[in-house]
Every structure is written in C-alpha cells, then in structure tokens.
Design a protein. Structure first.
Length: 949
C-alpha cells in the first residue's frame, strides 16, 4: 500500500494544495489531461481544486453543466466565466463551428449572450449572440461602439425587432457623426416603429368607436340592420391584432343588436296590416314620407320597403299634381336599392388600409378603380340628400385621385434618383471602390423599396446584377485578406522574441489585434481558423511578457480612478458652496479648464468603474458651465449696450469728441467680460465696425485739418524761401531788405497756428536770415566806418605832415598844401569840422602867422596821453606801471562823464569817439615819448576794434 501511494499521480494526492500544483503541470490540449481535469472538476472535494481544473478545461458542454450543477457558488461562477471566455474565443482554442453551435443551443443564460455579444472574437459569433439577445442597453452599446459595421448594424436591427424607441433614438443621435449607415437604419426603424404604434393606436380608437356605436345601436328604440352591417364591415376592415377586452366588448354589443333585431321582427309579425288609405289622405302621407327621406338620407332595407309599399298604395289614388313626388320616390327606390347593394363595399373601401396614410401606388390605383366602379353603380341624382357614406366615398375618390397623382410624381422622382444612383454604383464598381459601392447599393435598395409595379421589376433586375458585381468585388477583397492575416501572424510571432519595452510591446500587440479584427478574423477564409490559432498563440506568448506591465497599468488605473473621485468631490464641494455672484468669469473658466485638464490627465482609468464618476463629473461641469453661461449672458447684455452706444456716436457732429468717447467705450469693452464665443465674435465685429466708422470720421476731419495745415506749411515754406532769397540780392540796401523781411515775418505770423516742429524750423530760418542781414548791415557799416576813418586818417596824416613841416621851420607853399587838402576824401559829421580846424591851425603855423607854442604842444601831448590811456582801458590792455595812477584817474573821469550822459555810449561808440578826438588833436612835441605814445595808441586802437567790433 505504501508503494502504491508513492507511485500514485500527484493529482490524486490527499492534500488539496498538492493536487492544485499537479494541475498546473498537466499538458495542455491533451485528451487524457482533459479527462483528468473533467474528473477533478466534477468530483474533487475541494472547491479550489475544482476551480483550478475548470480554468483549464476546453469542453463547452461540460463547463455549462458545471456552471449549472455544482453545489459551490464560487465554482459555478468560475465555470460560467470559463464557459463565456471559451465561447467568445478569448482564451484557449475552441473550434469556431462548435462555439457557434453552442451559442445557438437552448437555455443559454442572458449574461452569456451579453458577454459574447460584447467580446466575441469573430463578428459572426457576435452576430449570432445578437440574434438572441434581449437586453436593450447592451444592444445600444454594441450599436454605438462595436468595431465591425455589420455588427453595429445588426444591433440596431435587433433594437428595432425589440421595439425600443428610446434606444433607437439615442443610437440615431449619437452615431450620426460616427456611422451614418447605423444612424440611417436607426432613424428608419424608429420611423417605422412610430408608424406602427400610431397605426395600432388608430386601430384601437377605431375599434372603440365601433364598439360604442354598436352599444348605442343596441340601446336605440329601433335597430337598423344596415347600420349594424356597416359597423360589422368597419370592424372587419380594421387590420392588426385585437385586444381581448375590445373583442369581448364588440361581441357583447353585436349580440345585443342581434337580439334587439329578433325581438323587433317578432313584434312586427304580430302587428295587423294597415288599411288602404283614403284618396284624401294620400297627399299627407307622401309629404310625410318625403320629409322623412330628407331627415334620414341613409337608405335602409326597412325604409326602402316602406317607400315601395307607399308607391303601390298611392299610385292609383294620387292626384295629378302629386305625380312628380311619385316619380321622385320611384327614382329613390332605384338609387336606394343600388346603394344598399353596394353599401357594404363602400364602407369597406372607406375603411380599407389603402385609404389610410402612405399607401403604395398599386393600392392607390386599386382603390381609385374600385371607387370609380362602385360610384358609377350608385348614381345618386335625386333632389334628396345623398347618404353620408356615399358622400364620404365621393370625397375619398377625389382625395385618392389627387394622392395618386402625387405618388406617381414621387415615383418618377425616385426613378430618377435610382437611375443616378445605379450610374454612380456602376462607376464605383469600375473603379474598385468597395465601401462606396456598398453604400450606393444600400441606397439603391432603399430607393427600390419605394418603387412598385413595372418600374420596380425593371430596376430590380438591374439592381440584382449590380449586387452580384458587389459580391464579386467582396470575394476578391476577401481573397486578398488571407495574405494580410498571414502577415499579421508573422508580425505577432516576431513580437514574441522582440527586444522591446513592455509598454511599446503592449501597444504593438493591441495594434495587431485591432488590425486582425478589422480584417474580419477567422471568418474571412476557410483557413482563417488555422491562422487565428496561430495568431492567438503568438499573441498570448507575447502578452505573457507584459503581465507585470499590465499589473502596473491596473494599479495606475485604480490610482487614476481615486484621483478622479477626488476631483469630483472637490468640484462638488465648490459647486455647492460657491458664491456665484462674487465670482469672476475668468476665474470660473479657469476652474472649469483646470478641472477638465486634471480629469483628462487622470488616464488611463477603468471605463466601467469610472462610468458613474464620469456622469457625476459631467453633471457638475454642466452646472459650472451654466453659471459661466449666465455670466457670459450678463457680459453679452453689457456689450450689446456698448454696441448701441457706439452706434449712437455716429450721430455726433463733433468727430473728435466721438472718437474720444469711442476710446472710452473700448476700455469699457475690455472690462465688460466675455460673452459666448460666437456671440463675442459677432458683437466684436459689429463694435469694431462702428468704431472704425467713428475713427474714420475723425480721420476725415483730421485729414481736412491736415490739408489746411499742409497748405499753410507750403505758404510758410514759400515765405521762408522768399526771405532766404533776400540774402542773394546784393544791390539792395540792407535797410530795405530788413523792411521786406519784417513784412514776410508778419505774413508768416498770419499763417498760425502751425505744427510746433515746422513752426520752430520756420522761425529759425527767419532768424538766420535776420542774423545774416544784421551781419551784412554791420559789415556795411564797418566798411563805411573804415572808409570814413581812412579818409579821416589821410586828412589827419596830412595835418600831421603840415604840422611837422611847421615845427621844422622850413618854407611852405600854402597853395600846394591847400590843393593836397582839397584832394582828400570828405569826412562826414563833426570830425570833418574838427579836422578842418586842425588843418587851419597847422596851415597858420606853417605860414608863420601863428607858430605852435610849447604850452600848446604840451597840452596836445597831455590830451593825447589821456586818450591813449582810455583806449587801452577799452581795449583791455595793460598800461605802463608808471601810468597806473593816471589811468585810474582817466577811468574815473570817463565813467563820470558817461554817467552824466546817461550811459548811452557803447564801447564801440567810445572807441570811435576817442579815435575821432585823437585824429583831431593837434601836434605833440617831436620827442621819443610822443612817438611811443602814438604807437601805443595805434596798438590799443587795433585791440579795441578787435574786441568791440
């Protein structure tokens, strides 16, 4: 026994954890191993061992049985999860055909169908699950998010079968931008469902009206058989299922009507026949009968029998003037008999489905033909009101004719559209565009459904040929997909040994799986299943290297989920406690933007777990957005008021003031906040346009002012040019030029105001001209002075020469000297007289009349000495040290004389005055001291002129 236990397989070990470890060592896809696993999963006493065994079993039927029969809830849950996983093709291999057959078996749990519909590997598998799925929410999710278009389309069609208008409406709205075909099918299905609901509601109302009419007829004093038959025909003409309570109500009312009719027949049979009327009473009876026919225009069998009986009774006894009434009654019997014969058919036509909304062309044609035939058989041409049903039939005939014409026009339009669509489909097929061809084929099929009759058959043949070409193109595409699948297998196998970081490896694995699903998977070709096994095995091996990365991603998703929960809680607290009136728009928008950014940054996150948080987050963001919109509305109102004020500025006459106010409005605009972006842009465009107009008016006014200023500047420029031209007129006296310059300056002053810079330039130019003219005048004066002084110097020199001759005592010829004096140039002013006085004195001395005395010569020397000292003072040169005291005395005396004269002489005038005195002074003794004094004076005179002129 001990040896037997030693050689016993470990999966039979008495300890449960040893058995679990042994399960992991069993080879996969081995028949014996699968048998051991099934035995342990069914009979092992430990639930964990059974779970471990179930996780490696590939038998779908066994897994389904374990999920239903195991006494442990955890084991049942694991078995169900393994069953769903294998059935969906998301784990170890299971034959596609077997999985599809298992999916079509009876008794499947709805959760299994949901799992396969969501995660089925092959589109065909998901489609099979959709056909049996009853969960509207899951169907809606698949219709919106499945990767395969045909699966999304099948989900929408399943929603239509389940008649879920709310889900169809959401799918139509949310898939409008993602999958227009799904949106279109959802829209059409929703429309049909609404039409069916409306038709069912209309049928219910019609049956309720019929029941009420039958009940009223049963309660009336007289049961009219024709009315009863009409109501029965209306009941039979209503299509669709009948609600049990309405059917019971109808049967009870009809039974009551039949019972009342039977009672009335028994009473009528027991009543005695009336006597033949007397000839005198015939007229009254006819009038009463005609009045009754006017009151009751609808003929009945009883009324027709009465009219016929009255005719038989009164034709023999009626007066001649009553013959027209009898003829009218006879015509009535013919028309009433025809009406009663076709009344049921008229009622059926009026209540037929063809008389409802949106009938087909064939139905309209049949209805119009039958109405025309029946109305022709009931010619009501009497001076009596026609029955209501006949009036309805006539109105229906007119309406049907108009509707028939409209439908024919619509059919012609559909034919034109279908012709264009088929032409486009042919061109798309010629170009090999499969998706476009499928879209056009679907459109053509929808258009074909709207046609009928010969047009339908004609286009149907063409459409079948086009559909065959589309299928052929699909086959070619499917044939071309197999190399793509092989390439995907090779790429996935290459990833098994690829030296890539786990994140990049996971991305590439996911990308290859998405490419595989996009090709259609194992259903695209007979060998697709084999390729899928190869692709899946390589994918699992490559994914095994990413387990740690996936675990990290799971932790990251959990952290991001917690972070999102914190964001929601903070946002919820802010929304609940916010003092909205005091919050600024910029702050709210910043909070919203930051919340959205932090929310979007907290990725990845588990979608299912985060769905409730996302709903709360979006609701809070919507509440925040509502407050932002309210503040944007306030900004909008303020800015609309600003725009209106800007519009009023266009009416101000003062363009400059309007421009200043526009600038103020621009500042208000910046402080008014922001409205909704589209409104903000519209208001800004309007405000900018108005401001541009205001500024354009200011610029126009400014341009006019600038034009005027430019004109004045041109005039000022011309005046300055004229002033500068004065400097080039050499022949004109400086005084005249000065007068003309003063006149030009007055003209320039008259042009003010001028811009500051040009005005300053003009003034500088005029001042330059003034300085030039002044300089010219100064030079002219100096020239004149030099000429005058030269003449004075020449006369003074001649005087000095004569004086020296007189002092020498030689003979002198007065006539010769006088001629020389007369030949000298004239000297203007007082100096001429003083020189004349000196000349006469010198001439007297030379002729011997009165010689120079020593006292006179000494006085002249003394006077000239003072003149020399004063000239040195004016020249600013030093005098000899020995003469400093005398120099100071001369300076004091001269200052006193200047103060006495009021200080009117300038230094230049004083230089000229001293020079004149020097030239007019008499001779000095012929000594070296006198010669030195003369030299000092000439040097000081030159220095003074250099200093003061």
């Amino acid at each position: 026994m001990i040896l037997a236990r030693l050689f016993r397989p470990k999966w039979q070990h008495p300890k449960a954890h040893v058995r679990r470890q042994a399960l992991a060592c069993l080879p996969e896809r081995d028949a014996e191993s699968q048998g051991i696993l099934r035995r342990l999963a069914a009979d092992d006493s430990d639930a964990e061992v059974r779970k471990a065994a179930i996780k490696r079993i590939d038998d779908l039927a066994f897994l389904r049985a374990r999920a239903e029969q195991d006494d442990n809830a955890g084991v049942r849950e694991v078995a169900l999860a393994r069953y769903r996983q294998l059935l969906a093709g998301g784990a170890e291999t299971a034959d596609f055909t077997a999985r599809l057959a298992e999916l079509e078996s009876d008794g499947l749990d709805d959760s299994v169908l949901v799992y396969v519909a969501r995660r089925g590997r092959e589109p065909e598998l998901r489609l099979a699950a959709l056909e049996r799925l009853q969960t509207v929410a899951v169907l809606e999710e698949i219709a919106l998010h499945d990767q395969m278009p045909k699966v999304r389309l099948a989900a929408v069609q399943r929603l239509a079968v389940l008649k879920s208008p709310e889900a169809l409406e959401r799918v139509m709205r949310l898939s409008r931008e993602q999958d227009r075909r799904v949106a279109r099918v959802a829209r059409d299905s929703l429309a049909r469902l609404q039409e069916e609901q409306a038709a069912a509601e209309e049928a219910r109302r019609e049956r309720e009206q019929i029941c009420a009419a039958l009940e009223a007829l049963a309660a009336a004093e007289t049961v009219h058989e024709a009315e009863q038959l009409r109501l029965q025909n209306r009941w039979n003409a209503v299509a669709g299922p009948i609600e049990p309570e309405l059917l019971q109500r109808y049967q009870a009312a009809l039974a009551a009507c039949l019972e009342r009719a039977a009672q009335a027949a028994v009473v009528a049979a027991e009543e005695p026949q009336p006597a033949e009327p007397a000839p005198g009473a015939a007229d009254d009876d006819l009038d009463a009968l005609l009045e009754e026919l006017h009151r009751q225009p609808t003929p009945t069998a009883e009324l027709l029998a009465r009219v016929r009986a009255e005719l038989e009774r009164h034709e023999a006894v009626a007066a001649a003037e009553r013959r027209p009434q009898l003829v009218l009654l006879r015509d009535y019997t013919v028309a009433a008999a025809a009406y009663l014969q076709h009344a049921t058919e008229l009622e059926a036509l009026i209540g037929s489905p063809s008389a409802g909304t949106e009938p087909s062309l064939q139905e309209l044609e049949r209805l119009a033909g039958r109405l025309q035939s029946v109305l022709a058989a009931v010619p009501w041409r009497l001076a009596l009101p026609p029955p209501a049903i006949l009036q309805e039939a006539r109105a229906l005939a007119e309406k049907t004719a108009a509707e028939l014409e409209r439908v024919k026009a619509l059919q012609r339009q559909v034919e034109r559209e279908l012709e264009q669509t088929l032409a486009a489909l042919s061109a798309s097929l010629d170009g090999g565009h499969l998706r476009e061809s499928q879209r056009l084929l679907a459109r053509a099929q929808r258009l074909l459904e709207r046609l009928s009759g010969g047009a339908h058959r004609r286009f149907e043949r063409r459409l079948k040929r086009a559909a065959a070409r589309v299928r052929e193109l699909q086959d070619w595409r499917r044939f071309a997909t197999v190399p793509k699948l092989q390439s995907l297998c090779e790429q996935m196998e290459a990833l098994v040994e690829a030296d890539l970081p786990a994140p990049e490896l996971a991305v590439r694995i996911q990308r290859l799986r998405e490419e595989w699903r996009a090709t259609g998977g194992s259903a695209v070709a007979p060998e697709g299943q084999r390729l899928w096994e190869r692709f899946r095995a390589a994918g699992e091996q490559a994914s095994a290297r990413c387990r740690d990365y996936f675990a990290e991603q799971a932790q990251l998703r959990q952290r991001n989920l917690e972070l999102r929960r914190q964001i929601v809680e903070q946002l919820d607290q802010f929304v609940a406690q916010a003092d909205w009136p005091r919050l600024e728009l910029d702050g709210l928008e910043a909070i919203r933007s930051r919340a959205r950014a932090e929310w979007q940054a907290a990725v990845p996150v588990d979608r299912r777990a985060g769905r409730e948080l996302e709903s709360r987050f979006e609701a809070l963001m919507e509440a925040l957005t509502e407050q932002i919109r309210a503040k944007q509305q306030q900004s909008r109102e303020r800015k609309e008021a600003i725009v209106e004020r800007a519009r009023q500025l266009l009416e101000l006459e003062d363009a400059r003031a309007a421009a200043e106010q526009a600038k103020a409005l621009q500042a208000e605009w910046q402080a008014a906040g922001r409205a909704q972006p589209s409104v903000e842009r519209r208001l800004w465009r309007e405000f900018r346009r108005l401001c541009d107009q205001v500024f354009a008016r200011r610029d126009a006014a400014r341009s006019q002012v600038q034009q005027e200023v430019a004109t004045r500047l041109q005039a000022a420029e011309a005046l300055c040019a004229q002033a500068e031209a004065l400097l080039r007129e050499a022949m004109v006296e400086p005084e005249e030029l000065t007068e003309r310059l003063a006149a030009l300056r007055q003209e320039l002053e008259a042009l003010r105001p001028l811009p500051r810079a040009p005005a300053g330039q003009f003034n500088r130019r005029l001042r330059a001209v003034e300085r030039a003219l002044t300089e010219r005048q100064r030079r002219a004066r100096l020239d004149r002075e030099r000429q005058a002084m030269a003449a004075a110097y020449a006369r003074a020199a001649l005087c000095a020469e004569l004086e020296q001759a007189a002092l020498a005592g030689g003979a002198v010829a007065p006539e010769d000297w006088q001629q020389r004096w007369q030949a000298q140039a004239e000297v203007s002013g007082e100096l001429q007289a003083r020189l004349e006085s000196r000349w006469r004195r010198a001439l007297a001395a030379a002729s011997g009349e009165r010689a120079f005395s020593d006292d006179e010569l000494a006085a002249n020397l003394d006077a000239r000495w003072d003149l020399c000292l004063w000239m040195e003072i004016l020249a600013g040169v030093e005098s000899p040290p020995a003469e400093q005291e005398r120099r100071l005395s001369v300076q004091v005396q001269r200052l006193a004389n200047g103060l006495a004269m009021g200080g009117q002489l300038t230094p230049a005038d004083q230089v000229r005055a001293i020079e004149a005195e020097w030239r007019a002074a008499g001779p000095m003794p012929p000594t070296e001291q006198a010669a030195a004094l003369a030299a000092r004076f000439e040097a000081a005179h030159a220095a003074a002129r250099e200093r003061h002129f």
